[in-house]
Design a protein around this ligand. Structure first.
Ligand code: ZN
Length: 179
């Protein structure tokens, strides 16, 4: 995290430890693992905060990748809640559906197969949540494909933007924590 607690990126455990030992960052959360060297054992941090603020250029929207969509949808099918295996266009591309955050969801093989080129109102299906475009630094962390429940308190408030509450819930869901 930045000095302001804004989530920045995911780094390897060792890199995080080096930042702490070099007094460039504080360990905000520790893991229960240690890094052993010849002379000592150091606890490995799970969340670190830079001591000096670094200016980060404002990056564009979170890229629409399979990993990021799975993160937003909690890794589960939006139609039936089973583990997701693929992406689905809610309005099929063959019917003019766009490849945008609001029309792309995670789905299981079975639902994807049954749905095929139909729209959900034809099938009487509902989605667990309305797909939204994730905004905010938390999503770059979640889109990295790594996640640790200890990160949740530092991500929830940065998942927001327009999506607000639903986004915060999605973060908790992705990290498998009760809302
Ligand atoms: Zn399904």
């Amino acid at each position: 995290m930045n000095a302001t607690y804004e989530p920045l990126c995911v780094v390897a455990d060792r890199r995080a430890l080096v930042l702490v030992l070099a007094q460039k960052a504080d360990a905000v959360e520790q893991t229960n693992r240690v890094a052993r060297s010849e002379h000592r054992a150091e606890p490995l941090p799970s969340v670190v905060r830079l001591i000096r603020y670094v200016r980060v250029p404002r990056r564009a929207a979170v890229p629409l990748t399979r990993r990021a969509v799975f993160a937003r949808d909690g890794g589960r099918c939006v139609y039936c809640d089973l583990p997701a295996t693929s992406l689905d266009h809610v309005v099929p591309r063959s019917r003019g559906g766009l490849h945008v955050w609001e029309n792309v969801v995670s789905a299981c093989r079975r639902c994807n197969h049954i749905k095929a080129d139909r729209i959900i109102s034809d099938l009487g299906w509902r989605m667990r949540h309305v797909p939204f475009q994730p905004i905010g630094p938390a999503w770059r962390i979640l889109g990295s494909g790594r996640a640790d429940p200890a990160w949740a308190p530092y991500l929830v408030d940065h998942a927001g933007g327009g999506a607000g509450h639903a986004a915060g819930r999605a973060v908790l869901e992705h990290l498998a924590l009760p809302a």
